[in-house]
Ligand binder design. Sequence first.
Ligand SMILES: [Zn+2]
Length: 294
Amino acid sequence: MKTQSKRARNSRKIRRIRGIAILALIIALFIIGGTTKKLNNIANNVVEAKKIEETLDIMTDKNPVKIALNEEIRMVQEEKSNLKNEIADENNKEAEKNKDTKIAYLTFDDGPSENVTPEILDILSQYNIKATFFVVGNSAEKNPDIVKRIHEENHGIGNHTYSHRYKHIYTNTTNFLNEIKATERVLQNILGNDFETNIIRFPGGSFEKYKNPFKKVISENGYKYYDWNSLNGDAEGKNIPKNKLVSRLKATSNGKKELIILMHDTSAKKTTVEALPEIIEYLQKQGYEFGVLN
Ligand SMILES: [Zn+2]
C-alpha cells in the first residue's frame, strides 16, 4: 500500500514535471517566436532608418553638394549685404554733398563785345572763376580774338543764335535751327573744326508756350538749353546803377542751392562789369562754388 501510493505519487510528480516542461517549452517557443519577430522588426527598422538617414543626408550639411550650396548661398548673401552697405554709404555721401554744395553758374549773354567782355574776363581771372558765355553768332564773327580768349581761359561757350532777332528766329523752327547751325560754323571758323558746343540759350528764355515746338526741335537735334533762375537785372533798363544790380542778384538768388545767373556782356553793360566783383564776393560768402554749364 505504502509502496503503491509512493509509486502513484512519483508518477503524478513525473506527470507534473512533464506538464511543467511542456508548458515551459511552449512558453520558450512562444518567447523565441516573439523574439524572432522582434528581431525581424528591428532589422527592418534598421534598414528603414538607414534609408531615412540617406535621405536626410541630402538635406543636411553632411552632403558635399549641400555644403557647396551653403557656401555659395553664404557668399551671395555676404556680397548682397556688402553691396547694400556700399549703396547706403554712397547715398549718404551724396546726401551729405548735396546738403553742403551750393553752385552758381555765371552766364553772360549777347556778347562778345569789344569793351565789356574783356573786362569781365579780367575780373573772372582775378577771382579764378569760370563762367559760361552764350554768344551771338554775328557778334562772335566781329570779335574772334575775344572768342579765342574765352575758350583759352576755359570758360564755357554756348549758342545764342546768329542774329538774336526774335521776329526771324521764332517765325519757324527751320529759321531757329539754321541760326544755331550758323553760329556753330562761326565758332568752328574761329576755334577750329574740333570745337563743339551743344548748349543753347533761347533769346528771351524758353518760358513762353509758343516756344514749345522750338524746344522740341533743338532737343531732337541733340542740344540742351538753359534758362536762368537768378539775375542781376541788367537787361531791365539802361545803365542800371551797380548797387541795384547787386541787390537784384541778392533778391533773386536768395535761398537757392543752384543758381544759373543771367547777365549780359554787350557793349552797353558797363555797370555789369562794375557790379561783378561784389556779386562774386557775395556769392562766395554765401558758400557758392562756381561752375561751367555743359
Ligand atoms: Zn539774349
